[in-house]
Design a protein around this ligand. Structure first.
Ligand SMILES: [Zn+2]
Length: 195
């Protein structure tokens, strides 16, 4: 920035004005740069960081070779508690269906520690971890990918962290291993790209 030096050397009023204007325009450029560099508001960031720390710091206790994506195949308004009740009372499951469930509005809940199995995909649970978003059906009950942006980000962060933890981990959608629509999107493709 040579403008301050030049300003000292400016003798004519016209030059002083020109320099003042140049300085002002520069200041505007600077402001724009600052705006562009400012971190965007990220309401999901804390949730993502917390989830990734949890995976990073997991002490082990089970050989994890696969990670699965699911949807709850419920309306997006379903509560975590109603889903837990369904598994326990209707399906008579001893273990929850997933390790992590992702709500539409920024958050996630751990339903089962990673060292224990969850009931995600029949015959594949011994060596796998499971994450699900709440949703996956439209108003008529038909399968649909209705993940919110926050759910997308949290699920991606989950697989990203597992890839770091277990570099050879294989990532699937439930439907890659069963005749189901779950999770209503191509998880294998979506998460096979480099993070
Ligand atoms: Zn599923």
């Amino acid at each position: 920035m040579k403008i301050p030096d030049l300003r000292i050397a400016a003798t004519s009023t016209a030059m002083a004005h020109a320099l003042a204007r140049a300085s002002f325009e520069n200041q505007e450029d600077l402001d724009l740069m600052i705006v562009e560099q400012a971190p965007e508001a990220c309401p999901t960031c804390d949730s993502i960081q917390e989830l990734q720390e949890l995976i990073k710091n997991w002490k082990g206790g089970r050989n994890i070779t696969m990670a699965f994506a699911h949807c709850t195949a419920s309306h997006q308004t379903a509560t975590v508690q109603s889903i837990l009740n369904y598994w326990e009372n209707v399906r008579k499951w001893k273990n929850p269906g997933y390790h992590i469930i992702v709500t539409p509005d920024k958050g996630w809940t751990m339903l089962q520690p990673f060292e224990l199995q969850s009931n995600g995909v029949l015959n594949y649970n011994a060596n796998s971890v499971h994450i699900s978003y709440i949703g996956g059906i439209d108003k008529k009950g038909k399968p649909v990918d209705n993940r919110t942006e926050s759910q997308k980000q949290i699920m991606r962060a989950f697989f990203e962290a597992w890839k770091v933890k277990v570099p050879r981990i294989q990532i699937y959608g439930h439907r890659d291993k069963a005749k189901k629509a779950c999770p209503c999107f191509e998880a294998k493709n979506e998460y096979s790209h480099p993070f």
